[in-house]
Design a binder for this molecule. Structure first.
Ligand code: ADP
Ligand code: ZN
Ligand code: ZN
Length: 676
């Protein structure tokens, strides 16, 4: 009788499936060992699966068991550690194991291999061992950096470290040294470095490669071509690459000799997946380090309040880097001032004081940066005569005016239309652009600082690959006096001659209904402020606001993250919000809002009441997106484990409920949601 193997596949099936193992060739040599990839029949299809166990017996009668089609012996089995990690992630984020694990494989290994598979694999494995880049000697760490590095590498087992320091304080240098330590201590050891943005990986990759000229460093992110990503994944899986630098999906990289993990900008929301299983790569990185018994370091200038609370509770060790690391970078923190615009309407959105500061900066031959997280010319066009406002044709949101090409556009679904010449309801020809976007500010800047060379960086100005780098290069080369842009200008780039940073539009986030908005705003402002004064120039940050007395700005002026975090955590505790509470969000998309809410109400009725608080189903903040209606149901419990238990009982019933409905509702569960 042939052995039975248990296989997981990419389908919402809660239990692994049983198949007949292939005949073994030699005695005791399993042809489909645990962790190996295989091809199995599933209904009428053939799909890739992962062997996760064997069984003496199956509930399926012998005669009905189907045999494995093939075992992918060319790929070494995944480690027990990798299986444990993906299983944990699937359980925690409430998906079937295979639904999480199979998509975590690189693109070329997710589908049954074709006839040229072996040849393709051989080609991928031939990729160069290390890139010939000029090597860089490691920098001598300063005292705080050295202490941080030693604290991290001294740990012989799992320990979570929170490396707390402003941009430029030398956090990356600490990750690299700690990694180097681990890689020299053990000839096989591997390191994982997670970063939030694809855009930042090329620069960082070059830096890591220069630091480890003899090691193969691979990057893993969704922007790579299938072949490249598969090659990088295999190199890590087979131990040829000892360092992986990647975005959130890299948390699932196969690293059989993992010895250390670093998560840069750990507070960044891009670590949370917005599609498929809504996992947090930051949280999973910590869990993974714990499973592997290795150190993990989280770096940030503004740690997430979840991490800060854990540090306060003694679960994480805080390591501080209080100074800028590079010699000659004097002012540790720029001077921050608010420009009060309460009760005024600054012409073209720029207050007089801001205009003057910009003109002076340019006159001195220095650079200024203007941050406004809203692209387009104006967020809305309105008719004063009848009250008409421009809205998206498919979503329940305003449509922004883009002057450069004369369109109205939806920033959520991409809908666009030529701007009407007259009001569509009353025919009034005098339509008003209301409010400011980056395009409009660009115009205002030309007035404020005549003759200044102005550049704009946002998703409209840099669309093609490489355009963003070109634009930043122009800033570095000194060909730009004033740079205006969205979130894109706040990250990672080292601007040497910037002595003035202007912040516009912050008020929208101060008054937002989302309880995480202040935390997010503080992090963004610290990041923008960190762009100033990198070269020893005395520098200033001007925040144009109607709420100059808001405590957030006072904390920003002193870069008092700790005071800010403490106040926020107190509020969260009093209001019983995360991290003092665990939440999950059940969302559904439907053709109509009534049906969507009805489905959630039925789901709510099935929820166990005992330990889980259930709110009422409500339309999502963005209630209609691209023609689809969206609603949500929030549930919460006193702890993550209590929530887990309730969800595990409830969600199978929700799944069954969804099965009975026609048309089948599209629902999702988001555990630890960041946006509610
Ligand atoms: P962070 O990751 O906190 O932003 P980095 O590690 O990128 O900081 O360091 C910021 C700058 O300071 C980089 O240009 C880096 O080369 C330099 N730097 C870091 N550590 C040192 C050091 N010990 N001595 C001199 N320069 C350093
Ligand atoms: Zn009108
Ligand atoms: Zn839209």
């Amino acid at each position: 009788m042939r052995a039975i193997v248990q296989v997981i596949v990419d389908a919402p099936i809660t239990q692994p499936l049983d198949y007949l193992a292939p005949e073994t060739s030699g005695a005791g040599d399993a042809a489909a060992p645990i962790g190996s990839l295989c091809v199995v029949p599933l209904g009428t299809r053939r799909v890739v699966g992962i062997v996760v166990g064997d069984a003496a017996d199956s509930a399926v009668p012998q005669g009905k068991l189907r045999p494995l089609v093939a075992s992918l012996g060319e790929i070494a089995p995944l480690s027990a550690h990798w299986l444990e990690l993906t299983r944990f992630a699937a359980d925690y984020y409430q998906h079937a194991w295979g639904e999480l694990a199979v998509p975590a494989l690189p693109p070329m290994l997710r589908k049954p291999p074709g006839p040229r598979f072996a040849a393709a694999l051989a080609r991928l494995r031939k990729a160069p061992a290390a890139r010939a880049l000029p090597a860089r000697d490691p920098l001598a760490l300063n005292a705080e950096q050295a202490a941080a590095e030693q604290s991290i590498t001294a740990a012989r087992d799992f320990a979570c470290h929170l490396l707390f320091g402003v941009t430029g304080s030398g956090k990356t240098e600490v990750y690299l040294e700690a990694m180097a330590q681990r890689l020299t201590a053990d000839a096989q050891a591997q390191a994982l470095l997670l970063v939030p943005e694809i855009g930042l990986t090329p620069q960082l990759l070059a830096r890591v490669q220069a630091r480890f000229p003899h090691e193969r460093v691979v990057s893993l992110h969704s922007g790579l071509a299938a072949g490249e990503r598969t090659a990088g994944w295999l190199a890590a899986h087979e131990g040829r690459a000892r360092i992986v630098v990647g975005t959130r999906l890299a948390v699932f990289a196969s690293l059989p000799h993992l010895a250390i993990i670093a998560v840069d900008e750990e507070h960044d929301h891009s670590f949370k997946s917005g599609e498929g299983p809504r996992y947090s790569a930051r949280d999973l990185a910590i869990k993974r380090a714990q499973m592997a018994g290795v150190p993990v370091v989280l770096g940030s200038a503004t740690p997430s309040l979840e991490s800060w609370a854990n540090a306060q509770a003694g679960k994480y060790r805080v390591l501080r880097l209080p100074q800028r690391a590079a010699a000659g970078e004097q002012p540790a923190w720029p001077e921050v001032a608010c420009v009060n615009i309460k009760g005024t309407r600054p012409p073209q959105g720029l207050a007089t004081e801001v205009r003057a500061a910009l003109a002076e900066t340019v006159a001195r031959g220095e650079q200024a940066l203007v941050f406004l997280n809203r692209r387009g010319y104006a967020p809305v066009v309105a008719c004063d005569a009848c009250g008409w406002v421009s809205t998206c044709g498919r979503c329940a949101v305003l449509a922004a005016f883009h002057k450069t090409d004369g369109t109205l556009r939806c920033h959520h679904c991409g809908w666009q239309q030529r701007i009407p010449r007259a009001c569509p309801t009353c025919g009034n020809q005098d339509l008003q652009a209301v409010g400011q976007g980056t395009q409009r500010i660009e115009e205002a800047l030309a007035d404020a600082a005549p003759g200044a060379r102005i550049a704009r960086i946002d998703r409209d100005s840099v669309r093609r690959k490489g355009e963003m780098e070109q634009a930043f290069d122009a800033v570095h080369a000194g060909d730009v006096d004033i740079l205006v842009g969205t979130q894109m200008i706040t990250k990672g780039h080292d601007f040497r001659r910037v002595s003035l940073v202007v912040v516009l539009g912050a008020d929208a986030r101060l008054v937002a209904h989302d309880f995480r908005a202040p935390e997010h705003l503080f992090a963004t402002l610290v990041q923008v402020a960190g762009r100033a004064g990198r070269s020893g120039l005395a520098s200033r940050v001007l925040v144009q606001t109607r709420y100059p007395a808001h405590p957030l700005f006072a904390a920003l002026a002193r870069y008092d993250y700790e005071g800010f975090a403490q106040a926020q955590l107190q509020e969260r505790r009093a209001a019983r919000l995360p991290p003092y509470m665990a939440q999950a969000l059940l969302t559904v998309e439907d053709k109509g809002m009534v049906q969507a809410l009805e489905f959630l109400a039925a789901a709510r009725a099935l929820a166990p009441e005992a330990r889980m608080r259930r709110y009422d189903p409500v339309p999502m903040p963005l209630a209609q997106l691209a023609g689809v209606y969206r609603a949500q149901l929030l549930v919460e419990a006193a702890s993550r484990s209590a929530l887990q238990q309730s969800l595990a009982r409830w969600l199978p019933e929700v799944r069954a409920l969804a099965q009975t409905r026609r048309p089948r509702p599209r629902w999702q569960i988001d555990v630890d949601p960041l946006e509610i």
